[in-house]
Design a protein around this ligand. Structure first.
Ligand code: MG
Ligand code: MG
Length: 276
């Protein structure tokens, strides 16, 4: 993995506050989608719900039209890892749905994702439940590793170490990675989900990143479908995806897309969130 050190955008405290407004729109939209998702609903319906909420908040859905992407959400079901296009696909009891959302407020971006089980939790296997749990935990371990003076791959190592500590057979996707975020959705530096600590650009106050582990129940190999967007696991194993936009402040990480700023989950890991 090569890093682009140049072009890392350092935000002022005021700009961090602006990013929080975008982050909250994204966090609230994902909560709304998670509350409404149910068997019999199409992914297109979920997308419409999200788009109207984002626009009602006075924000712009950043995915819509991004390199021609047709949706406001990416919705990836079961063996789809990321970048699934919302549409007529009807969700079933026990499906694993990964929902990725981006919004822009006054030129500043937020980006986050959650994976949920549709309908009856008993309609899927314990392995799938564990996959969701370990992927979300790995995200929080990555966030907790954001310390001033550290390096970007401290995040990567924390994500990988957690996944491996739970189950060596899980596939950690390397074809897609987290990223810097701010006045653009994707900017330097890349934030891989595997690697040794102590590499890449330095973690400094004002650095904002989207951390996004993508984990499968099988191989980490991926394939892009003929629609040129949908990324699936090559071996057909199911995949989970969790993501938050986080800014490092003088007082620690502030999880901009978490409604509580990350306070509760980081406290469980012994880290004080800089939530305001
Ligand atoms: Mg995303
Ligand atoms: Mg992202």
């Amino acid at each position: 993995m090569r890093f682009r050190d140049r072009g890392v955008e350092i935000k002022t405290a005021e700009q961090a506050g602006d990013m929080r407004r975008a982050g909250l729109v994204v966090g609230q939209t994902l909560e709304l989608v998670a509350q409404h998702v149910r068997p019999g609903m199409s992914t297109g319906e979920l997308d419409a719900l999200a788009e109207s909420h984002i626009r009602d908040c006075g924000a712009v859905p950043s995915f819509k039209g991004y390199h021609g992407f047709p949706g406001s959400l990416c919705i990836s079901v079961n063996d789809q890892v990321v970048h699934g296009i919302p549409g007529p696909l009807v969700l079933d009891d026990g499906d694993l749905v990964s929902v990725d959302c981006g919004a822009i407020v006054d030129g500043w971006h937020g980006d986050a994702a959650v994976s949920v089980i549709v309908g009856d939790p008993a309609a899927t296997t314990p392995e799938v439940h564990e996959l969701l749990q370990v992927t979300e935990e790995a995200l929080w371990h990555g966030i907790a590793a954001m310390r001033s003076g550290g390096k970007v791959t401290d995040i990567s190592a924390a994500v990988e170490t957690h996944v491996r500590s739970v189950d060596l057979r899980l596939g950690i996707i390397e074809d897609y990675v987290g990223h810097g975020i701010g006045s653009q959705m994707h900017q330097p530096p890349n934030v891989p989900n595997t690697g040794k600590p102590g590499r890449g650009p330095r973690l400094v106050p004002g650095l904002a990143v989207a951390i996004e582990p993508m984990i499968t129940l099988g191989s980490p190999e991926t394939t892009v479908l003929a629609d040129d967007w949908t990324v699936v696991s090559t071996d057909g194993s199911w995949a989970a995806h969790f993501e938050h936009t986080v800014i490092l402040t003088e007082d620690g990480p502030w999880v901009l897309t978490a409604l509580d700023g990350g306070r509760e989950r980081l406290a469980c890991l012994g880290v004080r969130a800089a939530a305001r």
